[in-house]
Design a protein around this ligand. Structure first.
Ligand code: GLA
Length: 397
């Protein structure tokens, strides 16, 4: 039995009816491009949020989490933000967003267990929201479309539901995105929930955030992806993320385009005078990231990880020197990685200002890489570093 199922049984005194899981993600390339309608490469990882549930009919939600000792309960109609237990807001927000799309529920008991480190920039919050949306779908099946709900899916003889279609995955991602933007208050993009839903084992996910088309690219070779959590807490709710987004939007307005997706480096440089220095720096970062992701599509199909790694280093430099969403610890991790002969590429991943770096490393040398980087990082910063090898996995189910 899974840990989350044991937790459910222990707290509620009977076994759960359904268990769902939603993976975390790493952003491989394409930093802050999602809300600029750009291109991004991500990967769902073998760390997840698990949720075991059973239905209730009294309109109450009762939660127990392995990470927080105090059980929580609230009404399904409750729309107040909880300051004492902010993790419950991701669940409440998802219920609110589902209800706005006519996907209702009559309450449930849920146990939650997660293996995604919190605050490491690996989308533990999006995973929790996706898990909530899928748990509600198990209890009260719904089919989301762009215009609302349609005929719910039927259960098979064994009680199971058919797998989600791509359209449904996109609409669930939009619902979770609405929860995070409107309820939690981070003006983020669609990257995190889309990655959790569209994961594929041994593959990267290429997302075009303008057309919302998704392709899978092979990540197969003698390589490993190592995540190094800097230990500096990245809290997206503070204003820095939203401020970057405003700069990008201001740059697009000043350039007379709908979004920075339409801006390449050539156009940007010939129109530089129309921008403030800060707007220029932000637009430069986004244009470069879009170009690198576009080129990576071919590169990953060819299995050219040496070139892909170079793009990762360039991406990090662009974050550090132009976008300014790195920090001393992330820069240190990337420069330490660079000095290891088996490291092909390294960069910060996700929002930035802390959180993790990702490192593309020759598989045979993963242990020596992890040991070397942890030893020096700990010595230089006094912070413990536990590099994690992450595998590409299938999406939420
Ligand atoms: C965070 C946000 C995403 C995306 C990344 C940066 O993870 O939640 O929407 O903007 O930062 O690429």
């Amino acid at each position: 039995m899974l840990e989350v199922q044991q937790l459910f049984r222990k707290h509620f005194g009977f076994p759960p009816i359904y268990t769902v899981q939603a993976p975390g993600r790493v952003e491989l390339l394409g930093n802050h491009t999602d809300y600029n309608q750009g291109l991004v490469l991500a990967m769902a990882i073998d760390r997840a949020a698990f949720m075991s549930v059973s239905a209730r009919t009294d309109g109450k939600v009762e939660l127990i989490s392995s990470a927080f000792p105090t059980p929580q309960s609230f009404s399904v109609l409750d729309t107040t933000r909880d300051v004492a237990a902010p993790w419950t807001n991701y669940i409440k927000g998802t219920l609110v967003a589902l209800r706005q799309r006519q996907a209702h529920c009559s309450g449930f008991n849920a146990a939650i267990h997660g293996t995604i480190p919190v605050g490491a920039g690996l989308s533990s919050s999006a995973a929790l929201m996706v898990a909530t949306a899928l748990a509600v779908r198990q209890l009260h099946p719904y089919t989301l479309t762009a215009t609302g709900v349609t005929v719910p899916p039927k259960r098979a003889g064994n009680g199971s539901l058919r797998p989600l279609t791509n359209v449904e995955k996109i609409e669930i991602a939009r619902t979770c995105h609405a929860a995070e933007t409107n309820f939690v208050g981070v003006n983020c993009g669609l990257l995190d929930p889309l990655s959790s839903l569209f994961g594929k084992a041994f593959h990267a996910i290429e997302i075009d955030c303008q057309s919302l088309t998704i392709e899978h690219l092979p990540m197969i070779g003698e390589i490993a992806l190592v995540v190094c959590d800097s230990g500096v807490k990245h809290a997206l709710v503070d204003g820095a993320y939203n401020e970057l987004r405003s700069q990008c939007e201001a740059a697009a307005r000043a350039l007379g385009v709908k979004s920075l997706r339409s801006v390449d480096s050539l156009f940007l440089n010939s129109n530089r005078k129309r921008l403030t220095e800060r707007e220029y720096q932000c637009a430069y970062h986004i244009a470069g990231e879009n170009q690198r992701v576009a080129a990576s599509s071919r590169i990953l199909r060819d299995g050219d990880f040496a070139q892909f790694g170079q793009f990762m280093f360039q991406s990090h430099e662009s974050s550090r020197d132009y976008f300014h969403n790195s920090c001393a610890e992330l820069d240190l991790l990337v420069s330490l990685a660079r000095t290891h002969p088996a490291c092909l590429g390294a960069r910060l991943t996700g929002g930035g200002f802390g959180g993790s770096t990702i490192n593309l490393v020759q598989r045979a040398a993963v242990e020596s890489f992890s040991k070397a980087i942890a030893t020096v990082y700990e010595k230089r910063t006094g912070r413990k570093l536990e590099p994690m090898i992450c595998l590409a996995v299938d999406g939420a189910k």
